[in-house]
Design a protein. Sequence first.
Length: 247
Amino acid sequence: MSDLPRVALVTGGSRGIGRACAERLAKDGFEVYLTYVSRPEEAQKTVAAIAEAGGEAKAFCLDASSRQAVSTFFAEEIKDKVHLAVLVNNAGITKDGLIIRMKDDDWDRVLEVNLTGAFACLREAAKIMVKQRAGRIVNIASVVGQMGNAGQANYVSAKAGLIGLTKGAARELAARNITVNAVTPGFIQTDMTSVLPEAIVSKMLENIPLGRLGAPEDIANAVSFLAGPGAGYVTGQVLSVNGGMYM
C-alpha cells in the first residue's frame, strides 16, 4: 500500500470552499482527487492551479447523490489504485424556501445531495480505509445545522444530519484508526454570498463577533488540521469556524 499515491478526495472540489480545501491539501502533500457535477471548466482551473503550485490533482464528474455512481467511482478510480488517506465530504446544494411553501422535490434533492451523498461517499471510503487500518474523514456541515435558519429547513436538516452521521461513524470506525470529524462553516465569502445585497451582508456582520465574513481558506485550514498528523487523537468532533456567531 505504501507505494501507492496518498490521495485526498474532495467532493464538490471545483469552487469556493471545496477548491480551497483541494488546494490546501495539495500543498500538504496529498495528490488531490476532486469531483464536480457542473461547470467542468472550473474544475480544470482548480487542477491547473494546483499543478502550477507544484501539486498533483485530477478532476472527476460525479453526482454524489447517486449511490450507484459513487460505488462505481470508488471501484474504478480508488480501490486498489491509490491509498485513500483523506475524504472531504463537501458537495452540497441549496434550494431555499419557507416550510409552508417548500416543494417536495426541493426537500428531497437537498437531502439527497447534502446528506445521502455524503453517506454514500463515507460508506465507500470506510470500506477501503478499514482495510488500510487508517484514514481521515472530514464532513463539511454548516453553522445553520447547529443554530437553525429560517427558509432553509431542508438545508438545516441535511447539515444537522451530517453532524449526527459524523458522530456515529466516528464511534464505528475509531477501532481501525479512522477519524471522522465535521467542520461547520459560518458565513463564508463565496460566489453565493458575493451577490447578496449590501444590506443583507451588513445584517450578517452584526451577528459575527469577529466582524467579517469568513474566507474559504479559513475552512481549508481547519480541514488541513483534521487531516494532518496533529489531529490523530481527534474524532467525533465538530469544529466550528464561524467568527463567533454561534458558540
